[in-house]
Write a protein that binds this ligand. Structure first.
Ligand code: ADP
Ligand code: ZN
Ligand code: ZN
Length: 757
């Protein structure tokens, strides 16, 4: 008798389950479910081990490699429609394979939190407000004095399908929320949850609020080059000095896309999402513009996600994770400040939003534009290879002129708490002209080291290989790596000596010193410590923007994107920290920092001046940057990388490992090293014609071996052939997952690592 099952047509569903296992799972569709009801991109509930999990459907099939008797059926379908498009599924599949990350976790990361929880299963709608019959029949003239209520009613009268809160907010101002509440209490309004519909977006007359500036010849040329490839994939780099009008170029292109009923995704750095930028967009276009960033709660994120997916949002401005947002009419992707490190996620899936965006644009066959005053070596290399168009803007737009940059040699000068006489005099001159001064110090707190003058004791963190920073205002020592805090010891914990020295300068100390030297000047310090409260940063930035005769002190946070019209002097107090680092990317980072910070000077009519304090004025890289600009520096840096076979001329993966004991991470990394070494030998034996240049550097302790009580080590894999790298990692993972030593450690693979520790 023939096997009954083999005659039957099987309905297999392939899903991604949130688990660290690097594979997809097959489930059966029971007869009670119509197979047409299950589509890729929908969530389903599946039995998994002894639990149930929310899984995402990736595809359907009539075949499976698994023994049919072992297959379990899907418990429940959670969505009526796919929540992810085929395009996003394809993208996430790429992410899982390129970053060698478990696919279930990739989907988990890309979805808004609400979708990962069971409770939200059927809750896909948006609350929409309508006029009730009572309102329609009422005499609105009675509301003459309730202006807000009247205005909301008028707005809803013209919206037969109802309006969401966001839509109402867009046309209302003042106390409209109260008015809405009053109206609903007297039953003039009613709300219900409506499933979001993918609306056919129509171009209406009103896209522009403002026609924008007339472009200068450089901007015009860039726009013309970009327009040539408007309808298909093309990566372009706008390499334009600060203030050269890059944003204006983006706006021109966005306008063209909006007119073709397209959506735009603009990715910005973590701290680049300033109110200034948003105002500029909102001032220019009358379409729905929203922002997506880490400051939003889960509900807000979910809403934005749904509105982008339904096509309601036309311009989405967001940080790194926005790259996964579904946008059905996506017409172009723009990445502003593309060199910024925050586009790379440094934990979990260590993805580069920039690279994912390039893949997404390629898949969707749409243009992608990267912009920066200090492009990354990776992007410049792509330009050299002809894989990216290189568009240059070399002049400041408008009236501003580029600042002059000078070094202050601090050798042999008396430093008054980190400030040289030359610098103090300069600050005085600029303040006397009613201008502002920006002092940049990339280190928070009061002093980074506490030292006993008698026995040499130093304030180390007991959980990390790092020193504790003294924070004066809260009078404690804090570790910036594990956040441990402890009170300031009244005397040396080792020898009891009472004389402890605070060495080095943090922004808190700079502020104290500056207040002493310039007692009649207003001083604003902007760093992570002073901007913790919600709205604090914005308030300070506003003060800084309008101020005169002020000194601004800041960290990294002040380096980018901000526009302070009265700043004419920018000083970096200590660039030497960045000159001698073990990381081969350190010079690139320092050059970017110097150029970006300099960009804060002289943004309007007043000419700007930039000074850098250093004890190494002869440094070659520094002089290249000063004499030949960032592009001269970049050329030299790229040549050096080529010679040393470093990225972008080589591909790297960093295997990191963390454990409770040093031996555990050592054993694990040693195992990885052995496996890969034999894989390499095997490969060169089997195909001797294909010489592999794969190299293993390590295992070695991480630059900070002990962090938050854990011990960390790493193993770097490097080759000039990208394929080789991925092949060997795939084989390695296959081995590791079958090996017990992996159970004692936490390990991860960082593809294209940006920080080698
Ligand atoms: P970037 O993004 O390159 O830093 P922006 O687009 O912000 O530059 O422009 C810098 C300044 O120059 C802004 O104040 C902007 O309004 C002004 N600007 C830009 N393009 C023009 C133009 N074509 N004509 C006059 N001013 C311009
Ligand atoms: Zn001591
Ligand atoms: Zn610590």
């Amino acid at each position: 008798m023939p096997n009954k099952e083999s005659e039957q047509k099987l309905n297999i569903v392939q899903v991604a389950v949130p688990t660290p296992l690097r594979r997809k799972f097959d489930y059966l569709l029971s007869d009670t479910i119509n197979p047409d009801q299950v589509l890729p991109g929908m969530r389903v509930l599946v039995p998994f081990g002894r639990t149930k999990q929310i899984a995402l459907v990736l595809g359907k099939s009539t075949k499976t490699d698994i023994d049919i008797k072992k297959l379990r059926p899907i418990s429940k379908i959670l969505d009526k429609k796919p929540i992810l498009s085929e395009a996003i599924i394809k993208l996430l599949n790429w992410v899982a394979s390129y970053y060698h990350h478990p696919i279930g976790e990739v989907f988990q990361t890309a979805l808004p939190v609400h979708y990962r929880k069971k409770e939200s299963a059927s809750e896909q709608g948006v609350t929409t407000w309508f006029l009730t019959e009572i309102a329609r029949e009422a005499d609105w003239n009675l509301l003459k004095r309730a202006v807000r209520q009247r205005s909301i009613l008028e707005q809803l009268k013209n919206a037969p399908n109802g309006l969401t809160r966001e839509q109402i907010a867009r046309e209302q101002e003042g106390q409209w929320q109260t008015a809405l509440k009053v109206l609903s209490e007297k039953k003039w309004l009613d709300s219900r949850v409506v499933e979001p519909v993918i609306r056919q977006y129509k171009v209406t007359a009103g896209i522009n609020k403002n026609s924008g500036l007339s472009l200068n010849p450089e901007q015009q040329a860039a726009v013309e080059a970009l327009i040539e490839n408007e309808g298909c994939y093309r990566a372009s780099l706008i390499d334009g000095i600060t203030g050269s009008g890059k944003t204006e170029v983006y706006l021109t292109l966005i306008e063209r896309q909006l007119k073709k009923a397209k959506q735009i995704l603009l990715l910005v750095p973590e701290i680049g999402l300033t109110p200034q930028l948003i105002h500029r967009f909102e001032g220019r276009f009358s379409v729905n513009i929203q922002t997506l960033h880490s400051g939003l709660n889960n509900t807000q994120r979910m809403k934005i996600w749904q509105q982008a997916a339904s096509g309601e949002i036309r311009i989405l401005i967001g940080t790194r994770s926005s790259v996964f947002t579904p946008m059905p009419d996506l017409g172009a992707i723009i990445i502003d400040e593309e060199h910024d490190l925050s586009f790379k996620q440094q934990d979990g899936i260590r993805y580069s939003a920039k690279d994912i965006a390039l893949v997404r644009a390629n898949n969707a066959d749409i243009p992608i534009i990267l912009g920066s005053a200090t492009p990354s070596m990776e992007s410049l290399y792509l330009c050299q290879q002809g894989k990216m168009a290189h568009l240059k803007l070399r002049q400041r737009a408008g009236n501003a002129r580029p600042p002059e940059v000078h070094l202050i040699d601090v050798r042999g000068q008396y430093l008054q708490h980190g400030m040289s006489r030359t610098l103090i005099d300069l600050v005085k001159q600029h303040l006397a002209k009613e201008n502002q001064v920006l002092l940049f110090q990339n280190r928070r707190g009061y002093s980074p080291v506490l030292l006993c003058n008698k026995c040499g004791w130093i304030s180390y963190c007991h959980r990390c290989d790092a020193k504790l920073t003294y924070h004066r205002q809260r009078n404690h020592l804090r570790c910036h790596h594990c956040l441990t805090e402890q009170p300031l010891p009244p005397q040396c914990p080792e020898c009891g000596h009472g004389d402890l020295s605070q060495l080095g300068m943090g922004t808190e100390r700079v502020e104290k010193v500056v207040r002493e030297i310039f007692p009649d000047t207003e001083v604003i310090r902007i760093d992570r410590d002073t901007t913790q409260r919600k709205g604090a940063l914005q308030n300070m930035l506003e003060l800084a923007r309008d101020g005169k005769q002020q000194i601004l002190i800041g960290t990294q946070m002040l380096a980018k994107g901000h526009h302070f019209p009265n700043v004419t002097l920018v000083a970096i107090l200590d660039i030497d920290q960045g000159l001698y680092s073990i990381d081969f990317r350190a010079p690139e980072r320092l050059a970017q920092l110097i150029v970006q910070v300099s960009g804060r000077a002289g943004r309007e009519e007043k000419k700007g001046q930039v000074v850098l304090q250093t004890a190494h004025p002869e440094d070659e890289m520094l002089n290249t940057l000063l004499n030949r600009g960032y592009s001269g520096f970049a050329k030299k840096a790229l040549a050096e990388r080529k010679e040393l076979l470093l990225p972008p001329y080589a591909y790297q993966a960093l295997i990191r490992c963390e454990a409770n004991k040093i031996e555990y991470y050592q054993a694990f990394l040693e195992y990885c090293f052995q496996v890969m070494t034999s894989l390499k030998q095997l490969r060169s034996k089997n195909s001797p014609e294909k010489e592999s240049d794969i190299q293993f550097l390590g295992p070695v302790p991480a630059p900070m071996e002990k962090k938050a009580g854990k011990f960390r080590g790493q193993l770097l894999v490097q080759t000039s052939q990208r394929k080789e790298l991925h092949r060997i990692l795939n084989d390695l993972i296959w081995n590791v997952e079958a090996n017990k030593s992996a159970q004692r450690v936490r390990w991860s693979i960082d593809i294209d690592p940006q920080e080698l520790y």
